[in-house]
Design a protein around this ligand. Structure first.
Ligand code: GLY
Length: 410
């Protein structure tokens, strides 16, 4: 509690001295760091008191925190947020917590039944390796990438996202479903390829990005959520949605995943076509008539009852983080300004929770999946993760315009 009060009073003092633009940026950053520390302190105290290793993802309809097992696709975000909190504060108190929650995911490196191992191991172990230089994390990262690579289907030229014969996915008649989210898993392959010298991991990432570029995007530069491929010919069997409003609608988080994913591909390949794709996606999002003035999208750009539809803060946070990186490659085109506007919205009381509320998550108002009637207008740990990542990138950018990408791990 002492720490939280300390953080609040630091913010008040800082806010009182925010005169110039530079000071106001620094105050914004510090205020949001203090807020994250306060929320994470309450969250981790709760976990530590339980004597267990718990992994918070969201809250349920009664406001209770929902914890997930390690094979949940969201299991990497909370450990990742611990690393980002360490990075943002420099306070070593976060390291043992980040290590403990990260290392709990060790066996995820063997997970082969879905594609999300990139999110899970990327946000946790990759950040841990980058910030804490634990060489043993390399083995987990490379092993996880090899597990992900087992889902590559050469006949279709893609990594298969979901198994077509299990769970609700098994009821859709798909053969090789690939979701746009899969673009977020490629960073793990690129990094593992550098770490291990195994070029095949790089080649799989590039092939997946190319096939997705060819088939997942529409003429207006929006994307489908699910493309179902024929495993032998690579022909597209279906263009569907799973979490969007309709097959032909534009699910908001999918647009953010694609934007972030293609910028990541440019980072590792230097291929300008990926950057051009990111610019096209940007144009789709930010010229869309249904994007609200605060730049936090409705859960689907074509949701039927706009403006009476839930927003999705997770899409906005992921987009903001991607745009800070895009500014590095394409400076002066307004990408940072757009990201700053998104961050100002997310950090406002409309989206940022009061300390000690919201299940101790930072952001309110995200959407998991409306078609599954799951996680509607709730906090989500990935909204917080990308918000903190964006904050870290913004801070790096404000401090040294030439060294904006401390996040690029070398
Ligand atoms: N990857 C699942 C989602 O974005 O909800």
């Amino acid at each position: 509690m002492k720490m939280i009060l300390g953080a609040i009073s630091t913010s008040i003092v800082l806010l009182a001295s925010c005169n110039s633009q530079k000071q106001s940026d620094n105050c914004f950053i510090q205020n949001n760091i203090d807020n994250a520390v306060a929320q994470h302190t309450i969250q981790t105290d709760l976990i530590e008191r339980s004597g267990k290793i718990l992994n918070p993802r969201t809250i349920d309809s009664n406001g209770n925190i929902h914890y997930v097992p390690i094979d949940d696709w969201c299991s990497g975000f909370f450990p990742g947020s611990m690393w980002l909190t360490y990075e943002l504060t420099g306070d070593k108190k976060w390291v043992p917590l980040a290590e403990k929650y990260t290392e709990d995911l060790d066996s995820v490196k063997h997970l082969k039944w879905h594609h999300d191992v990139g999110f899970m191991i990327g946000c946790s172990y990759l950040n841990g390796y980058r910030l804490n230089n634990k060489t043993e994390y390399k083995d987990v990262i490379v092993e996880a990438a090899r597990s992900l690579a087992t889902r590559f289907r050469p006949g279709a030229g893609v990594i298969q996202s979901w198994d077509a014969d299990r769970g609700w996915q098994g009821t859709r008649g798909w053969e090789c479903p690939v979701i746009i989210d899969n673009m977020m898993n490629l960073e793990l392959l690129f990094e593992a390829s550098i770490m291990s010298g195994d070029k095949s991991l790089y080649d799989i990432a590039v092939k997946h990005a190319d096939t997705t570029l060819e088939n997942q995007y529409r003429d207006d530069n929006s994307c489908y959520h699910v493309i179902d491929y024929c495993l032998s010919t690579g022909n597209v069997r279906n263009k569907h949605t799973a979490q969007g409003y309709a097959h032909e609608s534009s699910w908001a988080r999918g647009q953010a995943w694609g934007l972030y994913g293609y910028i990541t591909c440019y980072r590792y390949t230097g291929n300008k076509k990926y950057l051009a794709q990111a610019e096209k996606i940007y144009d789709f999002i930010f010229t869309n008539k249904n994007l609200p003035a605060d730049l936090v999208p409705y859960w689907d750009f074509d949701a039927p009852n706009i403006p009476n539809e839930p927003r999705d803060a997770s899409s906005a946070a992921c987009t903001a983080s991607a745009l800070y990186e895009m500014e590095v490659y394409l400076p002066g085109k307004g990408y940072k300004e757009t990201a700053d506007k998104i961050m100002a919205s997310l950090a406002s009381p409309s989206y940022r929770a009061e300390i000690g509320t919201n299940g101790n998550f930072i952001l309110k108002h995200s959407v998991g999946s409306i078609p599954h009637n799951a996680e509607i207008d709730v906090p989500l740990n990935y909204a917080d993760y990308y918000f903190l990542e964006a904050l870290m990138r913004k801070r790096n950018m404000e401090n040294d315009s030439k060294n904006t990408m401390a996040y690029v791990k070398k």
